[in-house]
Design a protein around this ligand. Structure first.
Ligand code: GDD
Ligand code: MG
Length: 400
């Protein structure tokens, strides 16, 4: 891959946010192809073999609920063979057991590609028991005792499984992506970000180059989604309130496609449902931003957290899920910023008004409360592993 070096970096305490980086070549050859004359001041060349070595240590978690199998199969096809694939499904099991259908399809797929793919259901009682036994009952539903519904809850579970598999990196890919080539590109970009980072605490977020839509019978390549535009605006405003300088550095407030080093994944708190991605920024600022009221750990002040935002080349095309869904996502993003103790007064008032308007517009909708889940650092991983080991899918985990 040939990729631009970040042109600027915004800093809040120990959190470094790099500006978006353009990709110039998706594949720039192998390391031994390197021309020794090549200089690297603006653009960095990352050989394919270096990306491959990172991908070998990466688990890719695919959260899904009720997606069309053809779409998900395309996504699986885009995941490089060397990555561990973990599918966390929350599809209904009644009246038709959709999960059983998915499981069969993915198990066949896994035979064709000669690779074990982990397929599990979010509501599997064994997984809930593993969380409980390991001291992490925060994502459990008090009434059913099972893991709560929600994209974030599925991702947290996937992260724990990736951790016990021993992989060093965990990346997330939505299951409703129409382009397998885009999936492959995102994962290469995750690897490129990790290679460029100087810190063990790194997050890579994908900024889509474009999102194609049909407008008046022709294709229009939109740059921003409706939710992302607002979330970025609020997060940038939050930074500006602390630094005193207006900024547009954040372009990935809602990046569903993102990856983390395992060290960082274990250190962060998470939030529920669709608010998880904007909350990444908020929580990093809360914990490592050095803002009033937050104690900055010595280790972190030395190491820094690095956030890379890489602009992908493939258009991003996924399933369209309607206006209420967009409003719910916008609401979740605004809510996690609004709720945070670091949200400055002016921004809080603005968000309060916006949230009220959204609620007015969606009076019939019942949106789930936003919960904050503590970091996974204290989870008893040995106990978690012992409980899940009885499960048939654990075979795939043992094989890695
Ligand atoms: N395991 C699990 N459990 N997966 C879920 C659940 C759940 O309860 N709910 C949704 N998913 C899966 C979907 O099947 C899909 O693969 C992925 O999570 C994203 O959900 P979508 O419903 O497709 O969300 P979106 O496309 O509108 O939004 C995505 O992009 C945003 C950025 O624009 C999400 O990734 C957002 O989180 C992201 O902010
Ligand atoms: Mg989607």
């Amino acid at each position: 891959m040939r990729i631009e070096i970040p042109r600027e970096t915004e800093r809040l305490g120990a959190v470094l946010i790099h500006s978006t980086q353009k990709v110039f070549e998706l594949d720039s050859g192998l390391s031994h192809d390197q021309d020794s004359q090549e200089t690297e001041s603006v653009i960095q060349r990352i050989p394919y073999d270096a990306l491959y070595e990172i991908e070998k240590q990466m688990a890719i978690v695919v959260p899904m609920r009720n997606e069309r199998l053809k779409l998900v199969e395309g996504v699986l096809c885009g995941i490089p063979h060397q990555c561990l694939t973990i599918i966390v499904s929350n599809s209904p099991r009644e009246p038709v057991d959709r999960f059983a259908i998915e499981q069969e399809a993915f198990e066949n797929f896994s035979r064709f590609i000669q690779k074990d793919v982990l397929v599990l259901h979010q509501k599997d009682p064994v997984l809930a028991e593993a969380c409980r036994e390991a001291g992490y009952d925060h994502i459990l539903d008090a009434e059913t005792g099972l893991i709560k519904s929600g994209k974030a809850e599925g991702m947290i579970l996937g992260t724990l499984l990736a951790r016990i598999s021993g992989r060093k990196y965990v990346g997330f890919i939505d299951a409703d992506n129409y382009f397998p080539g885009a999936v492959q590109e995102y994962i290469r970009e995750y690897a490129a970000g990790f290679l460029m980072s100087k810190s063990p605490y790194t997050m890579v977020r994908i900024a889509w180059h474009s999102k194609p839509k049909i407008v008046r019978d022709s294709l229009f390549f939109a740059k921003w989604g409706r939710t992302s535009r607002r979330t970025n605006e609020f997060l940038n405003r939050l930074i500006a309130e602390y630094t005193g300088f207006e900024t547009e550095i954040i372009k990935t407030g809602n990046a569903g496609e993102h990856a983390l080093t395992m060290e960082l994944a274990m250190l962060m708190d998470y939030s529920s449902g669709y608010s998880i991605e904007p909350y990444h920024y908020i929580n990093l600022f809360e914990k490592f931003g050095g803002l009033p009221g937050s104690a900055l750990a010595q280790e972190m002040a030395r190491q820094h957290v690095e956030i890379f935002q890489i602009e992908s080349r493939n258009p991003h095309m996924h399933d369209v899920k309607g206006n209420e869904h967009i409003d719910e996502m916008t609401y979740s993003a605004m809510q996690v910023i609004y709720q945070s103790a670091i949200c400055p007064d002016g921004l809080k008032q603005l968000l309060g008004r916006e949230i009220e308007q959204l609620k007015q517009r969606n009076q019939e909708q019942v949106w789930p409360e936003i919960s904050i889940y503590p970091a996974l650092a204290d989870v008893n991983l040995d106990r978690f592993r012992q409980v899940v080991e009885v499960h048939p899918f654990a075979q795939a985990l043992a094989g890695v």
